[in-house]
Design a protein around this ligand. Structure first.
Ligand SMILES: NC(=O)c1ccc[n+]([C@@H]2O[C@H](COP(=O)([O-])OP(=O)(O)OC[C@H]3O[C@@H](n4cnc5c(N)ncnc54)[C@H](O)[C@@H]3O)[C@@H](O)[C@H]2O)c1
Length: 285
């Protein structure tokens, strides 16, 4: 199956990024958010991003118009009925995702593939909510989706070879580098990355070093483009906490046990860049 029409659910950081990637790759894209205003705001965000690329000479004006012509925004799941592939990128909450897969299964056409952009949750739990578990898999983009080349294709026990091949072709067509991974919490990248991020919070909490020195050390010492605390702010502290909780639930490894400081910051609403305050204060930047 060649994927030509893509539905994207969720108007957060990742939904917006994936929408830009898919529409620029030539797919017809239907964006769905729970409210029409936020769905429309996604088109506003996409327009702004494309305009910047035109200004910088990275995109032709005509290509900008073609991309925007392929994208529609809706608050209704029913408008995803004709999509070949639907990628959900809503909040990292298994119950929310399970309910969404059950509902989508009754809406989309019989041969459509349903995919999740989850960072850690078991894809099989979503697959078994549907009558098409062979057509469910994970398509895990990285943040920011337009800039990051990796896509993890997550294969639950039920997925068919055809589904994996179609999604892999889609990811390659988006200019991404797909890797395949079994359905285990954290897949490849987050299973390796999050003990490091969590231990950076531990180091800050212990008073071993300051925020700025922890981040400067990893940038200067390991050539990372940003430090761990700045990266947590970029990912979102709520999403990061959900990722750690899912990893701990699966493996019971103490390195995955979220640090109390991270949990308290989420409770306080300090979610990182998206709320304006996390380990850094974005109002001051
Ligand atoms: N942030 C990252 O770096 C990153 C990277 C890769 C994958 N992901 C995954 O992408 C998904 C979305 O993450 P994000 O960072 O875009 O989050 P976000 O907080 O920016 O956006 C979450 C979206 O989910 C919607 N939402 C919240 N509750 C909902 C509900 N009950 N029903 C339906 N929609 C609901 C919100 O309105 C919002 O549009 C998560 O599964 C996350 O694990 C995140």
């Amino acid at each position: 199956m060649t994927i030509k029409a893509v539905g994207i659910i969720g108007s957060g950081i990742m939904g917006s990024g994936i929408a830009e990637v898919a529409s620029k790759a030539g797919a017809t894209v239907v964006l769905r958010s729970r409210k029409q205003e936020t769905a429309d705001a996604m088109i506003g965000g996409l327009t702004k991003s494309l305009d910047k690329q035109v200004e910088r000479g990275k995109l032709e004006e005509s290509a900008r118009n073609d991309v925007l012509g392929r994208v529609t925004a809706t608050a209704s799941l029913d408008e995803l009925a004709e999509c070949d592939l639907v990628i959900e990128s809503v909040v990292e909450d298994l119950d929310v995702k399970k309910a969404l897969f059950a509902e989508l299964d009754g809406i989309v056409k019989a041969d459509a593939i349903l995919a999740t952009n989850t960072s850690t949750l078991p894809v099989i739990e979503m697959a078994i909510q549907t009558k098409r578990p062979d057509k469910v898999c994970g398509v895990h983009f990285f943040n920011p989706a337009p800039a990051m080349s990796l896509v993890e294709i997550v294969r639950p026990l039920t997925a068919s070879d055809e589904t994996i091949a179609a999604v892999r072709e889609f990811a390659s067509g988006c200019g991404k580098n797909p890797v395949e991974v079994k359905d285990r919490a954290g897949f490849i990248v987050n299973a390796l990355l999050f003990p490091y991020l969590n231990n950076a919070v531990r180091m800050l909490e212990n008073g071993t070093a300051s925020r700025d020195d922890i981040d400067a050390a990893m940038m200067g010492g390991c050539n990372h483009p940003m430090g761990p605390l700045a990266l947590l702010d970029l990912v979102g502290l709520d999403t990061s906490l959900s990722i750690l909780d899912a990893l701990y639930e699966e493996f019971r490894d103490p390195n995955y046990a979220a640090m109390p400081l991270l949990r308290r910051m989420v409770t306080a609403g300090h979610l990182g860049r998206k709320s304006g305050l996390g380990f850094y204060d974005y109002a001051k930047k």
